[in-house]
Design a protein around this ligand. Sequence first.
Ligand SMILES: *Cc1c(COP(=O)(O)O)cnc(C)c1O
Length: 405
Amino acid sequence: MGNTYLETHPDENGYFGKFGGSYIPPVLEEPFAEIAKAYNELKNSPEFINELKYVRKHYQGRPTPVSFAKNLTEHCGGAKIYLKREDLNHTGAHKLNHCMAEVILAKHLGKKKVIAETGAGQHGVALATAAAYFGLECEIHMGEVDIAKEHPNVVRMKILGARVVPATHGLKTLKEAVDSAFEEYVKDPINSIYCIGSVVGPHPFPMMVRDFQSVIGFEAKEQFEEMEGKLPDNVVACVGGGSNAMGIFSAFIDDKDVDLYGVEPLGRGEELGNHAATLTYGEEGIMHGFNSIMLKDANGEPAPVYSIGSGIDYPSVGPEHAYLKQSGRTKVGLCNDEEAVDAFYKLSQLEGIIPALESAHAVAYAMKLAKTLGKDKTILVNLSGRGDKDIDFVIENYPIPNAKF
Ligand SMILES: *Cc1c(COP(=O)(O)O)cnc(C)c1O
């Protein structure tokens, strides 16, 4: 054991301070312990590391570049803005980083089938991609309401060979999809494995998904130093469950001079139900098998949440984010729908990059931050994904600024 932050967090029971842990029904204790044990062995195995390196380089298209956003920087008139281009990762977002690794783990454990839930369909598409590549069966549970709303991603998953199972009870959205996927998983935990889509859920997933996503930060650190001859002064990422943010933060946690900002969606405003700013407005609570900060309704149940970015509307947050915020290592920024759409169009028109609406929250916050800082300062933004999935929604609801025809 070394003593870097990553080597010492979480503790062996999956706690980051008081956050994290594993709060699961007894039938799941053994399968999750098996996953933790396998991961702890595999993460130091040259065979596993080499296989992961191989797929990252020859299939995913890694390393993804860091781009200096020159025009956006000039537009803001302050600190220099750089983008880590996860939009250029295969399937167009960072999620494939952990899905490929989770499926390699599944294969090493001799599993035949990967199971997951999906909300907007992004995690489902990434997992279906990884399962196709490695030749495993893939079953994605999705609320009936979301299936109707997210048609293109449902079609993608089916084309990739996955089975899409509708969750038909309750509100028929993400929470019901989680219930439905867990039900399927407990039927046969020997031959199947549950693949969580962010740094959330019971131990070991918050640690494992962070480790798999840390490739973003370690690449970006080296690339940035090569470009600027020093570390960035600030790192900014959007936070839903928190995987892309933990991915880029990981490499910088021990570098105390680098300020780390997690940006939460303020949606339509600060009233409960209009946002998903969990770290800002939430309180301690257990949900989906882990202790963290969550948004609760009057009965202490997960509150309804909203954001224009459908990948970041989650009423809890990865336990490590709760810990890092409470310890003062990270700061939390806010960005509302309007600011996100403005950044979506600005990045498109000034840099030729159409960002995902989720990622646009990080860009918008970086723009606000840049204006408060001198030109000698730098900001590295994690551009978690591309915006092709969002173009129809944006164009129908928000007119193009400076449209030429
Ligand atoms: C899913 C998604 C997110 C949010 O997930 P995190 O776990 O918070 O990173 C952010 N950006 C994009 C493009 C996504 O698809």
